[in-house]
Design a protein around this ligand. Structure first.
Ligand SMILES: [Zn+2]
Length: 257
């Protein structure tokens, strides 16, 4: 004879089993990084290497969050752990001081082996395409080449980092327009001053040349991406050579102490 109590226990057992199975499948969804991922970050990501222990833990947490939210797909390229870590690092460095930041406008990063040809307006510059953020049907997609991705981190003193460049475009684009003015993180009262600063620097670059990559003189969006690469790769040098730009970028990225 089956009692109400027995039925209750059977139901309880079923619920426990369901919860258990669900939990296992959830665990499988979490990103599993290779055991040596901290060493890889230390070896390749200067920004991470220079953080204190607490800062490193925060950075690692952000890496995991990013990799569980954004799919990274190889296109004729094998996605290695190092690639995933470097893409995540490029995403996190510019917004490291904004703890709850999410790239809501990014779902997938496509990793290509080398330079790719694309009918893409480069504004007359012959800088090879190493990355781009998608528009139209490619909305929410970023393309980056493995070669440029790695070079950006291996040469950490040259003011160039393609991953940071592309993620800065996404930050800029988050307010609806990719125009060099990241309204989502720049206080409104500084917008005019920032635009004037971009105009006058681009004008000077064209007139006299510059230690800033000339690709930055293409337009405001490229200027913002290029000067941000410089800011995160060589803050010391930017501060010496362009103190006003440095100060404004500190304001934009909230890195001022
Ligand atoms: Zn660009």
């Amino acid at each position: 004879m089956v009692t109400v109590l027995q039925i209750f226990f059977v139901l309880l057992l079923i619920v426990i089993i369901i919860l258990f199975v669900f939990r296992i499948s959830k665990e499988h969804e979490t990103i599993i990084l290779s055991e040596n991922y901290r060493e890889l970050l230390n070896d390749y990501v200067k920004f991470y290497e220079q953080l204190d222990e607490q800062g490193k833990e925060r950075f690692e947490e952000r890496v995991k969050q990013f990799l569980s939210a954004v799919q990274i797909t190889g296109v004729n390229a094998i996605v290695e752990d190092l690639d995933r870590l470097l893409i995540a690092a490029g995403a996190i460095i510019p917004v490291y001081t904004i703890p709850d930041w999410q790239y809501v406008n990014l779902h997938e990063v496509l990793l290509y082996p080398g330079a790719f040809n694309e009918d893409f307006d480069q504004g007359g510059s012959n800088r090879p395409i190493g990355g781009m953020v998608g528009t139209g049907a490619m909305q929410h997609v970023m393309i980056i080449t493995k070669w440029q991705l790695r070079q950006g981190f291996i040469n950490s003193n040259d003011t160039h980092n393609t991953a940071i460049h592309e993620f800065v475009h996404l930050i800029d684009k988050m307010d609806g327009t990719m125009d060099g003015v990241p309204e989502i993180i720049l206080e409104r009262k500084y917008v005019e001053r920032w635009k004037n600063m971009m105009d006058s620097t681009i004008w000077q670059m064209k007139k006299n040349g510059s230690d800033i990559d000339m690709y930055g003189a293409t337009n405001h969006a490229e200027f913002f991406a290029v000067i941000s690469e410089y800011f995160f790769e060589r803050p010391d040098l930017l501060k010496t050579n362009h103190p006003e730009l440095y100060e404004m970028l500190e304001r934009i990225y909230k890195t001022g102490r």
